[in-house]
Ligand binder design. Structure first.
Ligand code: HEC
Length: 190
């Protein structure tokens, strides 16, 4: 009996299952990181909106968001940030992969998927470096439209304009995709 094909298939299956295993591990870590980032940010936002008012809360989004992103990235050994098709801070600009995923989220939402389900991950190779990447959509809630909606109150508009002269993150309505969490992790070499 020729066992070569059997050995070949076994190796192939093992390779696939190792890949599936590492995909699953990445997704579990990425989802935990996103959950922690989202919850920390949302509670800081809500607390500040209630106690300091919306103008002062701009500082939460400006200073606390990047700080929390850094903390969570270190804790989970990932690169966590936020991006969107229409951005406020130019530092959050999406790359081509992110743009494609964000556009696919818009299409999926149109077709009836809920925002909570809008998530996508895959392994990507850029300039010879393999990375796991994941994005998860961020929906627009009522509290968000104060600073990202169609009718932003004047004092907020003035402060936003000062810090973000090229602000595009306006005109969003409740239930739309405001942006997404985006995660990267370099795949360790074998
Ligand atoms: C008090 C005003 C304010 C509120 C309320 C607010 N944001 Fe923002 N948002 C900002 C500011 C300011 C930035 C820019 C942060 C920075 O400099 O990185 C921002 C940035 C973002 C970004 C990063 C992408 C970009 O446009 O630069 C996302 C995503 C986002 N906000 C989503 C939300 C969501 C979702 C809510 C509601 C849960 C929300 N925001 C509520 C002011 C606000």
């Amino acid at each position: 009996m020729n066992i070569r094909p059997i050995i070949f298939i076994t190796i192939l299956l093992c390779t696939f299952s190792v890949q599936a295993e590492s995909a699953k591990e990445f997704e579990t870590q990425a989802n935990a990181a996103i959950k922690e980032f989202a919850e920390t940010l949302k509670s800081a936002l809500m607390l500040s909106m209630q106690t300091d008012g919306s103008v002062k809360t701009i500082a939460v989004c400006k200073d606390i968001a990047p700080r929390v992103a850094e903390q969570v990235s270190t804790k989970y050994n990932l690169d966590v940030s936020r991006t969107a098709l229409k951005i406020r801070n130019p530092e959050n600009k999406p790359d081509e992969w992110e743009k494609t995923v964000l556009r696919s989220f818009e299409k999926r939402l149109e077709k009836g998927e809920t925002i909570k389900k809008l998530s996508f991950s895959e392994q990507v190779e850029t300039d010879g470096v393999k990375q796991w990447r994941m994005m998860k959509a961020i929906g627009t809630d009522l509290v968000c439209v104060t600073c990202h909606g169609e009718k932003i109150p004047e004092p907020i508009q003035a402060k936003l304009k000062k810090h973000y002269p090229d602000d595009q993150a306006k005109g969003f309505s409740v239930g739309s995709v405001r942006g997404a969490f985006t995660i990267k992790q370099i795949v360790p070499a074998d």
